[in-house]
Design a protein around this ligand. Structure first.
Ligand code: HEC
Length: 183
């Protein structure tokens, strides 16, 4: 009998306690890190328009070679060929050496010489013949597309390369020169 009373008392206490917690602000009961700080890092900056820089020499063979290397490789650790002049294999970040990221554009695009080129993006083989010589596309379009593809297609699945700081202007020039070149 006494046990039963105890049980009822306990249950009543528990219910009262739970109701009290429930009524109070639950955010007080556990630690809440400020997620906006974490999210800020992942959020993309808004789409930006860019003009093909005057310094961009699309016929420069050294630039085309760099563009080719950036296009076909993922990063400095995994790249098999010797990088052309002007390409670094690693960078210093927060005092630590880490492999330099390249474009890995072949993950989504097929192009001349691509090994297992992806098909999420259009096939960029014969780009000069089909798109440049026919004036369907020009250097400004290609530069903008690689720099920030969202201007052409707000719902794009392509990586944003200049606005994100993944690459600098010269590297976007190199990629543009390579895509547009006769291969
Ligand atoms: C995650 C997939 C993905 C990656 C990685 C990617 N692209 Fe794309 N790319 C696309 C898609 C999808 C399109 C089609 C247009 C769109 O949706 O923006 C496209 C379109 C393009 C076009 C325009 C073709 C045309 O004339 O219509 C060019 C040029 C291009 N990409 C170059 C590159 C380069 C250079 C890289 C590497 C720095 C790259 N892409 C990486 C998905 C990708």
């Amino acid at each position: 009998m006494q046990k039963k009373v105890k049980f009822i008392a306990c249950t009543a206490l528990l219910i009262t306690a739970l109701t009290a917690v429930n009524a109070s602000d639950l955010t007080q009961t556990y630690e809440m890190p400020d997620a906006t700080k974490i999210l800020e890092k992942d959020l993309l900056k808004p789409p930006a328009t860019y003009t093909l820089p005057k310094s961009c020499n699309l016929n420069d063979t050294a630039s085309i070679a760099r563009g080719k290397y950036i296009f076909h490789n993922l990063n400095g650790d995994q790249a098999k060929e010797t990088p052309p002049e002007g390409i670094v294999k690693s960078i210093e970040k927060d005092g630590k050496k880490e492999p330099k990221q390249y474009g890995n554009c072949v993950a989504c695009h097929n192009i001349e010489g691509a090994v297992g080129g992806g098909n999420i993006g259009p096939d960029l083989s014969n780009y000069k013949t089909y798109f440049i010589d026919t004036k369907i596309r020009d250097a400004q379009f290609v530069y903008q597309k690689i720099a920030d593809p969202r201007i052409d297609n707000p719902a794009t699945h392509m990586t944003v390369n200049l606005t994100t700081g993944l690459f600098n202007e010269q590297e976007i020039c190199d990629l543009t020169a390579y895509v547009m070149s006769k291969k």
